[in-house]
Unconditional design. Structure first.
Length: 284
């Protein structure tokens, strides 16, 4: 029996700030970061299979299907739930890889949320978040579904209220490997600012910082070049472990105006900040 395809969005995220505040004995870094989704992202088409097979019909060049986060997410949910159904997966990729926009994590989270519905599992969000953490530290926030202050390795999440904003995001056309950036991070550990301090920092773009930025700038001059160019228009920041750099604006017109100037030289896009994930249903 051929089941129909259903379409599900997988939005990109920005880290509006990122502080490295410690390190666990297992080597993972402890963070304070604020996640915000934007209305730019990938699209997943999923069709239920009766034979239990999981197949990615749009493999990414250089990534074996078995290692793809969408397939790993589907297999993990299938194994943990004992579900006998399978899925065909089509992924329309727009989020650049190695850009710090959380594309792979968002895709994995969308697969978990979508198959939870399509397979009729009815798992609560918290259970899916815990499962998502096995796939990567950024996966839970997409399932959490709201703008969030994240602590721990990024898995302890508190909702935050953010003012409306538009973002110009520029991709310096380099692929930054997250693991290598964290490995090379060696500055003395900073102390945690805490929720109230974070909220004060969010009031201004000037005070925001990404502690991983300097590590990336040393190794990727292209990121430094984009940051320098954007500084003419405000206070740009790198997102995640790079390479993308963004600038916040109060309106779409302002963001579009700057992008028109920069688009002759750089690739990027303008996107609106979201308060909630497009698949967020508010149910616990």
């Amino acid at each position: 029996m051929q089941h129909p395809y259903h379409s599900f969005p997988a939005p990109a995220k920005l880290n509006l700030l990122l502080h490295v505040v410690g390190k666990r004995p297992d080597g993972y870094h402890l963070l304070e970061t604020v996640f915000r989704f934007i209305d730019f992202g990938d699209t997943l088409q999923l069709a239920v299979r009766d034979d239990g097979e999981i197949e990615l019909l749009t493999p990414t060049d250089g990534v074996p299907s078995e290692q793809d986060l969408t397939v790993r997410a589907a297999r993990l949910l299938q194994r943990e739930s004992g579900c006998r159904l399978g899925a065909d997966i089509r992924l329309e990729k727009r989020i650049p890889m190695g850009g710090g926009l959380g594309g792979g994590s968002s895709d994995a989270a969308t697969v978990l949320m979508a198959l939870n519905r399509l397979w009729g599992l009815g798992w609560p969000r918290e259970r899916l978040q815990a499962l998502g953490l096995q796939l990567g530290a950024d996966v839970p926030v997409f399932i959490f579904g709201r703008s969030a202050l994240a602590t721990g390795v990024g898995e302890i999440l508190e909702p935050v209220s953010l003012k409306p904003a538009w973002y110009l995001v520029i991709h310096p056309q380099v692929h930054v490997p997250t693991a290598a950036v964290f490995r090379n991070f060696s500055r003395p550990m900073l102390t945690a600012v805490g929720g109230a301090g974070i909220m004060r920092i969010l009031e201004t773009t000037q005070q925001r910082r990404n502690d991983l930025q300097d590590v990336v700038l040393e190794k990727f001059p292209a990121v430094n070049e984009v940051l320098s160019e954007l500084k003419k228009y405000g206070s740009p920041l790198m997102t995640g472990s790079g390479a993308c750099v963004f600038l916040e604006f109060g309106s779409k017109d302002e963001a579009d105006k700057v992008y028109r100037v920069l688009s002759e030289k750089y690739q990027g896009f303008v996107a609106e900040g979201l308060d909630v994930h497009p698949l967020f249903d508010g149910a616990e």
